[in-house]
Design a protein around this ligand. Structure first.
Ligand SMILES: Cc1cc2nc3c(=O)[nH]c(=O)nc-3n(C[C@H](O)[C@H](O)[C@H](O)COP(=O)(O)OP(=O)(O)OC[C@H]3O[C@@H](n4cnc5c(N)ncnc54)[C@H](O)[C@@H]3O)c2cc1C
Ligand code: FES
Length: 270
């Protein structure tokens, strides 16, 4: 059951002019959250912005006894709510509803896991990497951004033993170009007999390209989709996404309750 708490801002670390990591004192949500789930945050106190906005749980912070004490949010400033989140000072309270949505399905050895992140699409992968590594799954992060300064928390993933494959559009770190290019090459080089699960999160164009690449190589791919979400609870239908039906037709699913994690080959991308 999701819970709604007035979570206190414990810290706000600005990573760049647009990105920040907000720490929220929400132990009950932290304890219940599974990799890929999200929270709905009411960033302002008044009517503007009126609606809450969805954010992946980036990290679950624990105390010395390993009890979950807080969550963090990796936010990219693009409008009114994310501006308020960027500016939030410690001590402020932000209404936080969660955890919501269907999480990623975790694989275990001998399967490997490849996570593919574009920009702020990195957000669900810190908790996923932690859960996969705890199971002993060999895990790789393919992470693309516009420039080196927008590739965040690389040490977090290295410390977990995650292999990194990086791309930047300007070539300032890793390979120049889009992240799907090295993904495609690595898939082509991998033995079809070696089990593998792909997990993807990022802008819709990147997700579509990743899902198509996975299909071409005959690999399963779980994608976390970004839709406009008015309620996060299945009530408003603002988040519908076209999906393939078993009878060959299509239907619309509510991404907030059927997802945000969906099978890439079941989504109608065009
Ligand atoms: C399940 C889920 C998890 C998310 N996790 C994160 C996260 O961890 N970190 C993060 O920074 N963002 C995340 N997002 C996106 C985030 O919800 C939006 O950036 C946020 O709602 C923008 O709010 P705003 O008031 O700042 O801007 P708005 O004024 O609401 O939006 C600015 C512009 O972006 C467009 N937009 C807003 N939301 C979306 C969306 N979901 N998909 C496509 N276009 C959109 C709007 O149409 C508008 O043009 C997530 C979205 C979903 C659905
Ligand atoms: S966000 Fe309201 S139905 Fe999905």
């Amino acid at each position: 059951m999701p819970i709604d708490v007035p979570a206190q801002v414990v810290a706000n670390r600005r990573l760049s002019d647009d990105y920040n990591v907000l720490t929220l004192d929400a132990p009950t949500i932290a304890a219940a959250a599974r990799p890929g789930q999200f929270v709905m945050l009411k960033a302002g106190v008044g009517l503007d912005p009126l609606l809450r906005r969805p954010f992946s749980v980036f990290e679950v912070l624990r105390d010395r006894t390993t009890a979950a004490i807080a969550i963090t949010i990796l936010s990219k400033r693009i409008g009114p709510s994310t501006r308020l989140i960027y500016d939030a000072e410690p001590g402020r309270r932000i209404d936080c509803l969660g955890p919501l949505g269907r999480p990623f399905a975790l694989v275990q050895p001998p399967s490997d896991a490849w996570m593919i992140a574009g920009g702020v699409g990195l957000a669900p992968f810190a908790t996923l990497a932690e859960a996969l590594r705890a199971r002993g799954v060999k895990t790789t992060l393919f992470y693309g951004a516009r420039r080196a300064a927008e590739l965040f928390h690389l040490d977090t993933f290295r410390a977990l033993g995650v292999e990194l494959v990086l791309t930047t559009e300007d070539g300032s770190l890793g390979e120049r170009g889009r992240i799907v290019a090295p993904l495609d090459r690595r898939l082509a080089a991998r033995s079809p007999d070696a089990p593998l699960m792909l997990y993807a999160c990022g802008p819709e164009g990147m997700l579509a390209a990743t899902a198509r690449t996975a299909i071409r190589h005959g690999r399963p791919c779980q994608v976390s989709v970004e839709r406009i979400m008015g309620c996060g609870l299945g009530g408003c239908y603002s988040c519908v996404i076209p999906m393939r039906s078993d009878d060959g037709g299509t239907h619309h699913a509510r991404a907030c309750i059927a997802g945000p994690v969906l099978q890439g080959d079941q989504i109608v991308w065009d």
